[in-house]
Design a protein around this ligand. Structure first.
Ligand code: TIU
Length: 230
């Protein structure tokens, strides 16, 4: 039986099985100075506030043996998976593939492409490299989810209106029940974050649900912490 947990537009049915945590693009490129986010002209310090909540969710999912999928946005060194339109967009002085303070901008395997140390995956945890904004486009995420019988996704990460929203819409169209965690997702643009939250839950949850970290942690503890038998 699913456990209903507080969410908008109505309680989210936390399932007994089939749940996974998705952490989108918590990589140095977007969160630290000198990366892609910075090159696009953004104040990257705005994204740091969610790190403790994403970490708390990551630790809870680890504790309960539930799957965690982290993504990183990045391209092959020869940029064969980067459309010229994406490289040219932004008209900034530094483009994808150019050298930067954390290695080549948005190239897989470069220091800037690494997940921030606070959220570093453990050996064996899945990292999905993705060339697009959505985590389903040109990746094997869906194959992983199907292989593990996942039906419900807890969605976190950055940035809310770009890679997070695109991923949530892709997941929703594929039939996944998605809960976006308000205080575990962030944007360079507070108004865009707010608009995304409202768009997701409008029309009785046209794209899914929005909720907060703490009620989810409490529900997970109730559901998965084994009762102590005297
Ligand atoms: N620029 C921006 O807000 N985001 C991205 O380019 N990628 C992600 O959202 N990960």
């Amino acid at each position: 039986m699913p456990t209903p947990i507080p969410a908008q537009p109505y309680p989210y049915p936390l399932p007994a099985t089939g749940l996974a945590l998705i952490i989108i693009d918590m990589q140095r490129d977007f969160i630290e100075p000198g990366g892609f986010g910075d090159a696009l002209g953004n104040d990257v310090s705005l994204l740091r506030s969610i790190i403790p909540n994403v970490k708390a969710l990551q630790e809870a999912f680890r504790r309960y043996g539930l799957p965690i999928f982290q993504t990183v946005e990045g391209h092959l060194p020869d940029l064969s998976d980067c459309p010229p339109s994406k490289r040219d967009r932004g008209h900034g002085p530094i483009k994808i593939g150019d050298p930067g303070p954390m290695g080549r901008i948005l190239v897989l395997g470069e220091p800037g492409n690494g997940i921030i140390p606070e959220l570093a995956p453990l050996p064996g945890e899945v990292i999905i490299p993705k060339p697009g904004k959505g985590a389903f486009y040109a990746t094997d995420l869906e194959a992983h989810l199907k292989a593990q019988g996942i039906t419900h996704l807890i969605i976190t990460g950055v940035t809310t209106e770009v890679c997070v929203q695109t991923t949530m819409r892709e997941a929703n169209d594929r039939g996944y029940e998605c809960l976006l965690i308000e205080d575990a997702t962030e944007s360079y643009f507070p108004a865009f974050k707010q608009a995304t939250l409202e768009m997701v839950r409008a029309q009785n949850g046209i794209v899914g649900w929005t909720g907060f970290t703490e009620p989810l942690l409490s529900a997970l503890a109730l559901q998965y912490d084994a009762p102590v038998v005297a």
